[in-house]
Design a protein around this ligand. Structure first.
Ligand SMILES: Cc1cn([C@H]2C[C@H](O)[C@@H](COP(=O)(O)OP(=O)(O)O[C@H]3O[C@@H](C)[C@H](O)[C@@H](O)[C@H]3O)O2)c(=O)[nH]c1=O
Length: 387
């Protein structure tokens, strides 16, 4: 099928990250994708293959405006039109959807573990006015349960992960390919975060833990942006036991390789958070902060699902750590010991026995999610069903 996917970059990289990943997944299954994006600049690092002969099956195009439609006019829409995250489609393009066999029109929504997702997934949103009047649009909600649209998980992803995680030699080789010098025995932590995350406290805590446990150093891999900025701003002397390594922006598949090679992944937003789930390793999620504070409920909803079958003590400690990383300490928690103290749950999790428990629980939750059909498989069923 031919797909038109429309993406508006609101901020950061998640909108484009999700749309690019969706496009790649569809193209790998033989579909033709035209990805319309208003600010394609991040594709230069996220999808460097587009700079060369391109990606078979995907054409990334700058989103023109109605005032300045494409030279030669709007092209005929494909069989499926995806409006990512409720971005408004150009009127000229929508006018072209008015035909005897109109395209399936999908509004792909943001990911949430909250219960409204099951109620809203698949709902019809009839269009009553404007150039799309009379057309039928449907909501498609990604999610974590059987009654949602699932999560992006390309065919073969988990096999590739298992190969990458097979042994130390493979791990060292994959990290070396990313320019990362890793010594077996070192614990590796990746950090992708928003400004305001307690990165300095993390460094202090990790250095203390590394020297306490007698020898096993920690290698911290910092992604561009807030994590790297925190290091640059630090005037502290090097911390014993801790090795900080700044990464460049990686192409999306290389970013996966990074997450697979780490013992602990600290991720943010939407897309990298899902990739950390598929890594099957312990992770900490910094949720996208919203002014009205609704992100706190979203974070708790996800933790309740992800940790549903974990031993209670492990779930309790991990939740405390995630809350602290997100600056969401429960009122009355009494934590007045500064950020180092707030990240104290990490010390509990770092111990060998608890760490093994955390790793096993993360892998089990990942395996459970992987038993659900992935998002593209579900989306294909949805758009080919009569509707
Ligand atoms: C650091 C890095 C990221 N990436 C990719 C992974 C993801 O596709 C993308 C980052 O997107 P996210 O993880 O979603 O985090 P994010 O914070 O960048 O994105 C978003 O979060 C959403 C919830 C908001 O609604 C969006 O508006 C946006 O803020 O960048 C790489 O490919 N290489 C890299 O080196």
């Amino acid at each position: 099928m031919r797909w038109d996917i429309f993406c508006k970059v609101i901020d950061n990289h998640g909108d484009l990250g999700v749309c690019w990943r969706l496009s790649r997944d569809l193209a790998s299954r033989g579909h033709q994708v035209r990805l319309w994006v208003d600010d394609p600049s991040a594709l230069a690092w996220m999808a460097p293959e587009l700079g060369g002969p391109g990606h078979p099956g995907i054409e990334a195009v700058q989103w023109p405006t109605d005032e300045q439609p494409p030279a030669g006019g709007w092209p005929s829409p494909g069989e499926v039109v995806v409006e990512a995250f409720g971005c408004e489609l150009p009127a000229g393009f929508v006018a072209g959807m008015q035909r005897s066999n109109p395209p399936r029109w999908i509004n792909l929504e943001y990911l949430s573990a909250e219960s409204y997702v099951e109620r809203s997934h698949g709902l019809l949103s009839p269009v009553f006015s404007g150039p799309g009047a009379g057309l039928r649009k449907h909501f498609f909600y990604p999610g974590f349960t059987a009654r949602t649209g699932g999560l992006l998980r390309e065919p073969g992803l988990l096999n590739a992960r298992d190969l990458a995680q097979a042994d130390d030699a493979t791990r060292a080789q994959r990290l070396a390919a990313l320019g990362v010098p890793w010594q077996p025995g070192q614990r590796v932590v990746s950090v992708f975060c928003y400004p305001g995350a307690p990165v300095q406290a993390l460094f202090t805590q990790l250095a203390r833990l590394s020297t306490q446990t007698g020898g096993a150093d920690t290698l911290v891999l910092l992604t561009p942006g807030a994590a790297t900025a925190a290091v640059n701003a630090a005037s502290q002397p090097p911390l014993p036991g801790l090795h900080l390594h700044a990464l460049p922006y990686l192409a999306q598949p290389a970013f996966d390789t990074l997450l697979w090679a780490c013992d602990l992944n600290i991720v943010r937003g939407e897309d990298s958070a899902v990739r950390a789930l598929w890594a099957g390793r312990p992770h900490i999620w910094q949720i996208y902060p919203q002014d009205d504070g609704v992100h706190a409920g979203k974070l708790d909803a996800f933790m309740a699902r992800w940790m549903a079958h974990w031993p209670p003590d492990l779930a309790h400690t991990t939740r405390a750590l995630w809350h602290a990383w997100n600056g969401l300490l429960p009122a009355g928690s009494g934590s007045d010991g500064g950020l180092d103290a707030e990240l104290a749950p990490l010390a509990t999790l770092w111990g060998p026995a608890t760490w093994a428990q955390w790793a096993a629980a993360s892998r089990e939750s990942c395996d459970e999610l992987a038993r659900q059909p992935d998002l593209v498989t579900q989306l294909l069923q949805f758009v080919t069903a009569p509707g």
